[in-house]
Design a protein around this ligand. Sequence first.
Ligand SMILES: Cc1cc2nc3c(=O)[nH]c(=O)nc-3n(C[C@H](O)[C@H](O)[C@H](O)COP(=O)(O)OP(=O)(O)OC[C@H]3O[C@@H](n4cnc5c(N)ncnc54)[C@H](O)[C@@H]3O)c2cc1C
Length: 460
Amino acid sequence: MTHDHSASRRRFLASAGALAAGAAAPPALAQGSAPNPPAAGGLPYLIGRSTDTLIPRGKVPRVVICGGGWGGVTAAKYLRRLAPHLEVVLLERNPVFFSCPMSNKWLVDVVDTQFLTHDYLGVSEKYGYRFIQTEILEIERDRKQVVTAAGGLHYDYLILSPGIRYNYEAWFANDRRMAEATRARFPAAYIPSAEHFHLKRALQDFRGGHLVMTLPPPPQRCPPSPYERACLIASMFRNKKIPGRITILDHKDGVRPIGPGFRAAFEELYKDIITYVPNARVEEIDPFKKHIRTEAGDFDFDHAILMAPHQAGDLAWKAGVVPPPGQGKPGGGWADVDPLFLHDRKDKDVFVIGDAVGFVSEQFAFYPKAGHVANRHARIVARYIAEREAGREPTYQLPDNLCFMMVDSNPQVGISVQFDYKVNGKGVIEQTQIDYNERKPETVGEDFNWARLIYEDMFA
Ligand SMILES: Cc1cc2nc3c(=O)[nH]c(=O)nc-3n(C[C@H](O)[C@H](O)[C@H](O)COP(=O)(O)OP(=O)(O)OC[C@H]3O[C@@H](n4cnc5c(N)ncnc54)[C@H](O)[C@@H]3O)c2cc1C
């Protein structure tokens, strides 16, 4: 069969025209990016090397967003809405967005993979920003350049939304083999997404025995979610009659947030399944012998979810926004930013949003490391940049946070927590926290509604 190239080209042009007509804003390319220069070394044009230019400088200011998770993907859309004259480039290593929020429900088959995964390409076309799937290698602050595996690009504004890294060094110092073995065998599944599939498979294959979870010290990504995970796995054991026991080894001295709600679930729903151990700071872990030594005692396990302490993602360190150990505020390892405006303290063109943000308040120290907060940070920073581009000094805005936790999958019931923020007379950000400890089916409905709205906010 022969192929009619001119016909398919006409169809392509027609559909491109239709796309452009329906788009909320013109694509970034229409704003003046020059064509790529010829690739060196006889390679096809679009196979870039890190030393090549990924996108030449255009005629309009460029915002480069590093990390297309909860913060980054929201920032890209809102920048195009609020400051359509800017060129916006989103850099992300993963081809598909995989949501950590709702993933505990996915682990026990309450939702499917489609519910958690979202497409980067459609939304970037719709709002006219460039999504480039590539590994970010370096951030050269002195040259205002981001270096990726496919080439480097200049930025006028930089937004870092790199999420978290696991601080395995706290357990294994520089023993990379131990860190790799721990992550490969007993992943935390707190960074999307290969680890999640590994954990789900391990749970599906679990026929009984002792499952141990180590919880990281604060500040950590989504503090209530390990307790939710324990409850949902326990509910799966109960529903499928799997003779499993779960021990939660918590670094903290008690369950927080929504402590009474989770404690009631452990005691009333899973008395014979879940054992909660406070003050269990990890002293030694052996992923080969399946043994953990903590301040609260020694534990052997059949399977484990080993959560090393969390820190700002690697990119924040590479960008030089994380102070060296001993020089930052309490709980080092996070980005040091202006608490109200979220920019680097010495460089107003470099912003950090989401989980990587460090100490912001003497009252509550860190914002909850939540997708909801990352989404709000992104919208706030997009507005700051738009205001500055319009020649105005922005006024500060603060996030809010909502978090819904399912504690039983059959029947489905949940508990929740809400956080609000304001600045007090001394200029300190204050947090108000309300725990909703009573288990209710309606909370599950609110959870799914929250997820639907926030996924829409990022991807529709
Ligand atoms: C089990 C679980 C349950 C949760 N439940 C909730 C919940 O109910 N509600 C809620 O609000 N939050 C929840 N969270 C927290 C939420 O997932 C995080 O707060 C949110 O993802 C933070 O957004 P972020 O943009 O800071 O980081 P991320 O979403 O992690 O995004 C960072 C992105 O940067 C990319 N990246 C990093 N380095 C590079 C590189 N070198 N090159 C290219 N790309 C790179 C990563 O691939 C990633 O996509 C939960 C988390 C977990 C683990």
